[in-house]
Design a protein around this ligand. Structure first.
Ligand SMILES: Cc1cc2nc3c(=O)[nH]c(=O)nc-3n(C[C@H](O)[C@H](O)[C@H](O)COP(=O)(O)OP(=O)(O)OC[C@H]3O[C@@H](n4cnc5c(N)ncnc54)[C@H](O)[C@@H]3O)c2cc1C
Length: 305
């Protein structure tokens, strides 16, 4: 592993590799132990070289974006974490009176992209602007909110396939469905994504973004660390409603608590461990199953378990 870390250092430089880094500070849940090294490549070439090296040396690795949908185990991750947070850039591919097509690098935050498009008077990305993840994480999860999902506006993506070739995958090939995509099934790594959107009125677009942000502030427990909605929406039900009706709001294990404000969120009220979150979510699943017969499934991605 030391040899691999040295070889990665040669690719990304000293300032972009952090051995024995705690992942707690890189997840919105503020939970998790150390990894063997955290690497932050900032160009496409660096990402391809690092991933190829990791695969060729059979090194355990994990690609992360903004860590806003991750639960990292207290024991950490016995491998290399490749964070794409520094891989940024937005490129306008085509523009006419009505449409606007952009390519966005995987590490751009959806909020930055949404605000950039609003300034350009481009509509259609407002729903995603308040989702605190990167474009890569968003594509992997087919992130969505307020009636929209990335599937609606994605043209294609560029990705590293399992054999380390760089491929283009169309919207259809991505098999985007509720909070998942082919990236999850085939270990593709998203490098960039192309979106086709319509021109609109900049003030209206900014107003819509603000309206959604206010709605989030009002309904979500944004004052505590979390990973957003803890559970997927079960077919025909709303997870938060089931949890609330089961009387589980406020249920707490250690520092992990079912939010009183929004039962669909498990929040870290202080010093929560991954073990606390798992114990709490297992309890929630058990009670909801008992009361409603519905099986809840975690939306949050687990690492190092
Ligand atoms: C307060 C709050 C509100 C939220 N609201 C919403 C919401 O409204 N709608 C919604 O859909 N989600 C929401 N989320 C969850 C989360 O923001 C999304 O799932 C987001 O898309 C995750 O992006 P990320 O960059 O943080 O991914 P990470 O959490 O870093 O990773 C998530 C998964 O994506 C994979 N991944 C990351 N980057 C890449 C890449 N480049 N290529 C391949 N795989 C990759 C990781 O391996 C992991 O499996 C919310 C989270 C929080 C904390």
């Amino acid at each position: 592993m030391i040899d691999v870390i040295d070889r990665i250092r040669d690719i990304v430089g000293d300032s972009r590799i952090f051995p024995e880094e705690s992942l707690k500070n890189y997840t919105t849940f503020r939970i998790g132990g150390k990894c063997r090294a955290l690497v932050m490549p900032s160009t496409k070439e660096e990402i391809i070289k690092v991933v190829t090296l990791l695969r060729e040396t059979n090194t355990n690795f994990f690609v992360m974006g903004n860590g806003s949908n991750l639960l990292v185990s207290d024991e950490g991750f016995d491998g290399i974490v490749v964070s794409l947070k520094f891989f940024k850039g937005i490129e306008v591919l085509e523009e006419d009176d009505k449409t606007f097509t952009v390519r966005v690098m995987a590490g751009e935050l959806m909020s930055s992209v949404g605000n950039y498009l609003a300034r350009q008077g481009v509509e259609g990305f407002e729903f995603a602007t308040g989702i605190p993840g990167t474009i890569g994480g968003g594509v992997r999860m087919n992130a969505g909110a307020y009636g929209g999902e990335l599937k609606d506006i994605l043209v294609n993506i560029t990705a590293i396939a399992e054999d380390n070739t760089v491929v283009t995958l169309s919207n259809e090939e991505l098999e985007l469905s509720y909070r998942t995509s082919i990236l999850a099934k085939k270990n593709y790594i998203c490098l960039d994504a192309c979106f086709k959107l319509n021109k609109g009125d900049s003030l209206d677009i900014k107003a819509k973004i603000k309206e959604y942000a206010n709605s989030r502030k009002e309904k979500q427990p944004l004052n505590y660390p979390s990973a957003g909605s803890t559970f997927k929406r079960p077919e025909g039900y709303i997870a938060a409603k089931l949890i609330d009706e089961a009387g589980l709001k406020g249920l707490q294990v250690g520092g992990a608590k079912v939010s009183e404000k929004h039962a669909g969120f498990v929040v870290n009220v202080g010093g929560a461990t991954a073990k606390d979150v798992i114990e709490l979510t297992d309890k929630v699943k058990e009670v909801v199953k008992e009361k409603n017969g519905v099986s809840l499934e975690l939306e949050v991605v687990k690492l190092g378990f």
